[in-house]
Ligand binder design. Structure first.
Ligand SMILES: Cc1cc2nc3c(=O)[nH]c(=O)nc-3n(C[C@H](O)[C@H](O)[C@H](O)COP(=O)(O)OP(=O)(O)OC[C@H]3O[C@@H](n4cnc5c(N)ncnc54)[C@H](O)[C@@H]3O)c2cc1C
Length: 477
């Protein structure tokens, strides 16, 4: 998020000085590390949680259209950055991988068919196919078909327009570009506190984690792009707007197979359905990953629990974030989120054998020894005050001071895929008097800025062709 915002600001205001402070020794070692997230370019092509079925049986596609529009902004920004030479070989961070939804049983096939009918004619979802024929299923998804009892009906929707993204490589390249353009990048520096001086500037007290000692950094504008750590830093800033917010951490694991002979039998990101009552981030998926030029498979996630807000965080993160202003929303969540708590307890009780059983729902002949468990990144779900209680949310939200001098991003989903939309939101909220003046440059960075692509299919087609070409997706499909 910080790398994206910094890159946007560098173009909009080349005269501004930018400092990025990172507590770890290199960029993108937390959630944006490629093995800490699933690398799905979330554009709602396959994620069934973005297309819920309504009580009347209809499928609501509005969220899917919003997420897809947001991902188009990211694609455009990355394509522009490649054209300008800010980002190098696009295959180092984005690769074409079909996006597939997978269901079993007549009722779920009926839902998937309705979803297909609702999306297939939409300009942003062109090329979506429905697969119910068993031979075709086996041809496209050999690893998933091998050993499967096909007396149980299965179906899949398929599109070739999906992507796998290495957000770590992308972040590192954006930060390198910022460094080359004069930004001050400080690794191993931990922001301990954020205080406002009497002249309105923010003062960050920053500890050097290697050499010891602290320095003060002053800034007229601060973006708290600290991932799971954002809630704590925004609380330290003392801004009114963070009051009533809390964070609920959920850790997780993936299971990974780096054996290329297995990986070559599956080329898709296949999303299934979450168990009834389970939260959206629990949706199981079997993914082709392309990291450092190597193909591998990733399955999960399996949830876990720790009070840490960052993978490299502290056990005091959660207790230290409880304040008088958020204790009621937090308690309300504890009392009302039975399905989340039940899901977490069941996940924590899962043995390795049970985890492999989950994988075999996707790949029936999966061999235990081919797969290794890895710890994923931390998600910190947003808890906010609602009425006299609280609400647990699974999306992202920008929180900013009324005067626009500080902002931060809370939450984890759709996440890195929609970083450009999220950071444009930060610019609009924090720089209302400049945003109109920036519009021409923003249109160069992100040509569909301010325009609905769903309502402008021919613009969408033009921009798709350009981004596919600049990002090398057509050539590598
Ligand atoms: C299991 C999992 C799966 C996911 N799958 C996907 C996916 O498939 N597609 C997708 O688009 N998104 C996915 N996401 C979400 C995505 O990973 C995140 O939204 C995104 O990486 C967040 O980027 P960020 O810059 O906000 O945070 P991060 O990448 O976590 O960066 C925050 C940085 O701030 C640093 N920091 C924190 N506190 C301080 C401090 N006090 N001082 C200095 N530095 C500090 C941290 O060390 C870290 O490097 C997933 C996330 C998880 C956890």
């Amino acid at each position: 998020m910080s790398a994206t915002l910094g890159s946007l600001l560098r173009t909009l205001q080349p005269d501004w000085s930018i400092t990025i402070v990172e507590r770890l020794g290199a960029p993108a070692l937390e959630s944006s590390d490629p093995w800490n997230n699933a690398g799905t370019g979330h554009s709602a092509l396959c994620e069934l949680n973005y297309t819920p079925q309504l009580p009347n049986g209809d499928v609501d596609v509005s969220k899917a259209i919003t997420v897809n529009e947001q991902f188009q902004l990211s694609r455009q920004f990355w394509a522009h950055a490649v054209d300008q030479g800010w980002l190098k070989d696009p295959s180092s961070f984005i690769n074409p991988v079909p996006h597939v939804s997978f269901v079993r049983g007549a009722e779920n096939i009926d839902y998937l068919t309705k979803r297909y009918d609702a999306l297939a004619g939409h300009p942003l979802f062109g090329g979506l196919e429905m697969i119910t024929d068993r031979d075709e299923f086996a041809r496209r998804l050999p690893l998933m078909a091998a050993g499967r009892d096909l007396s149980e009906p299965v179906a899949a929707s398929w599109t070739n327009h999906g992507t796998d993204v290495d957000f770590g490589a992308l972040t590192a390249q954006l930060i390198d570009g910022l460094r080359r353009s004069g930004a001050d990048i400080r690794y191993d520096h931990h922001v301990k506190s954020l205080k406002r001086d009497t002249d309105g500037t923010w003062r960050a007290v920053v500890k050097n984690r290697v050499e010891g000692g602290s320095v003060n950094i002053s800034a007229k504008f601060v973006f708290v792009g600290a991932g799971g750590g954002a809630i704590s830093l925004l609380q330290k800033s003392g801004i009114e707007e963070i009051k009533g917010f809390a964070g609920f951490p959920v850790s997780g694991q993936f299971i990974r197979c780096v054996d290329e002979s297995v990986a070559e039998k599956h080329h898709a990101k296949v999303y299934g359905m979450a168990a009834v009552g389970a939260p959206p981030m629990s949706v199981p998926h079997l993914d082709t990953r392309v990291i450092g030029g190597q193909r591998s498979l990733l399955f999960g996630p399996y949830a876990g629990w720790t009070p840490k807000f960052l993978k490299e965080g502290s056990f005091t993160d959660l207790p230290g974030s409880i304040r008088l202003d958020n204790i009621v929303p937090m308690a309300a969540i504890g009392l009302t989120s039975f399905s989340l708590i039940k899901y977490l307890v069941l996940e924590l009780a899962k043995t390795r054998g049970r985890k492999i059983d989950d994988l075999r729902v996707f790949a029936p002949l999966a061999e235990d020894q081919d797969w290794e468990l890895i710890t994923a990144g931390q998600r910190v779900q947003v808890v906010r005050k609602k009425g006299r209680g609280g609400a647990l949310e699974f999306g992202t939200t920008v929180v900013n001071a009324a005067d626009g001098s500080i902002a931060g991003l809370l939450g984890a989903s759709p996440g890195a895929s929609t970083a450009v939309a999220a950071m444009l939101d930060v610019l609009e909220r924090c720089f209302p008097s400049r945003i109109d003046g920036w519009a021409p440059q923003l249109k160069e960075l992100v040509p569909s800025y301010g325009v609905s692509l769903a309502d402008n299919p021919s613009l969408y087609e033009d921009l798709r062709t350009w981004t596919d070409t600049s990002l090398g997706l057509t050539q590598r499909a």
